[in-house]
Design a protein around this ligand. Structure first.
Ligand SMILES: [Zn+2]
Length: 359
């Protein structure tokens, strides 16, 4: 696949170089620029949505591929400027409507792995919105073959390992989630490691999915859940108690409940922190007010993640840099967070041990 951005500009069929029209690259500015240390840290990413990794370049390619051109780059860029949760969900919908064929999924998987390599991410556990694919009546079995082709090529070319997490959209209801999790069970021998629920937490409590999670667990799948992102601590309790979630996505509101904080510290259930995401969706008002450092100081197992890197114009290195710039994490502490990202992964023990030898 083309690594050269020029070939991307050619695919737009534009006479001017669209790269020249891009907004300034924030990676070259002030505190947002990741240090060499951060760049060189081996990292794993545990909360990353495949569809949220589609940047304007890939989106432009998909639009042209499906006859939706010509591409207006300024308008495309606007899609990435949302400032609250509802606007983000809307943008997510607009981007994913261009994901149609197995080849589209192959392309974005491969491109994601290329970007992960550039961040020195050695392993990723990637959410696929299977709920959205099924909702749109696409041929998921064919799409999965595309996903796997992209993964295999990415692993071969970039040496990044990747496992899939099948994500249901909670506000589509229990029946729709059941279809997603059945697919996960069916494909669990093919790099599908876990299930999750995303979407609008305010519209569907974790308890609704209790039986489905139990069944997935009995079928050898790992369990994650977005919880405490746009809802309070009760949602996190629900993920832990009703779903037996092994990792909590976001967990932003855990600090509001003393008992929950103690429990998270004692059980070491990992929290997948997504700083920029929480700021861009408006779930957290300012970086300094994010509970990351409080969690860390209380001995809770935290990991840093991007959630939807393209949608939120971030990268894993930038998340580490933001954590350091905002909370004063030392390099040694960042190293610990990076080690956590491997410890909290769903990789087999031996593989975790191997990867931790990199530190
Ligand atoms: Zn997420």
């Amino acid at each position: 696949m083309d690594a050269d951005p020029r070939s991307v500009s050619q695919s737009f069929g534009l006479s001017v170089d669209p790269l020249a029209e891009r907004p300034p690259d924030r990676s070259t500015e002030g505190p947002a620029k990741p240090s060499t240390f951060i760049q060189s840290l081996p990292k794993s990413e545990l909360h990353l949505h495949l569809e949220g990794s589609i940047g304007p370049d890939e989106l432009g390619e998909l639009i042209v591929r499906h006859g939706g051109g010509p591409v207006d780059r300024a308008r495309l860029a606007q899609l990435y400027k949302h400032r609250d949760f509802t606007a983000f969900l809307d943008a997510f919908k607009r981007v994913t409507q261009w994901l149609r064929t197995p080849e589209d999924y192959e392309l974005i998987t491969y491109r994601l792995m290329q970007k992960l390599k550039a961040e020195n991410v050695l392993h990723a556990e990637v959410y696929v919105s299977v709920g959205v694919i099924l909702y749109r009546n696409r041929d998921f079995d064919a799409i999965f073959e595309g996903l796997e082709r992209g993964r295999q090529r990415g692993e071969r070319d970039f040496g990044v390992s990747l496992l899939w997490i099948f994500d249901a959209v909670r506000h589509f209801g229990v029946e729709a989630a059941e279809k997603v999790f059945n697919k996960a069970v069916q494909l669990r021998e093919r790099n599908v490691v876990a299930i999750g629920i995303g979407g609008d937490e305010r519209l569907a409590a974790p308890e609704l999915f209790r039986d489905l999670y139990a069944r997935a667990r009995n079928n050898g799948l790992h369990l994650t859940a977005h919880a405490g992102e746009s809802s309070g601590p009760q949602s996190i309790f629900g993920a832990l108690d009703a779903l037996k979630a092994e990792r909590i996505g976001h967990g932003l509101t855990a600090w509001q409940d003393r008992e929950l904080m103690t429990r998270l510290a004692e059980t070491q259930v990992p929290i997948e922190i997504c700083l920029t995401s929480n700021l861009r969706t408006g779930c957290c008002a300012a970086a300094e007010r994010h509970p990351l450092k409080t969690y860390y100081d209380r001995g809770i197992m935290v990991t840093l993640n991007t959630d939807d890197p393209a949608m939120f114009e971030t990268s894993l290195c930038r998340e580490y840099q933001l954590a350091q710039a905002t909370f004063g994490f030392s390099d040694e502490q960042l190293r610990e967070l990076a080690m956590n990202s491997f410890r909290a992964s769903f990789l087999p023990k031996e593989r975790k041990r191997e990867l931790l030898l990199n530190f």
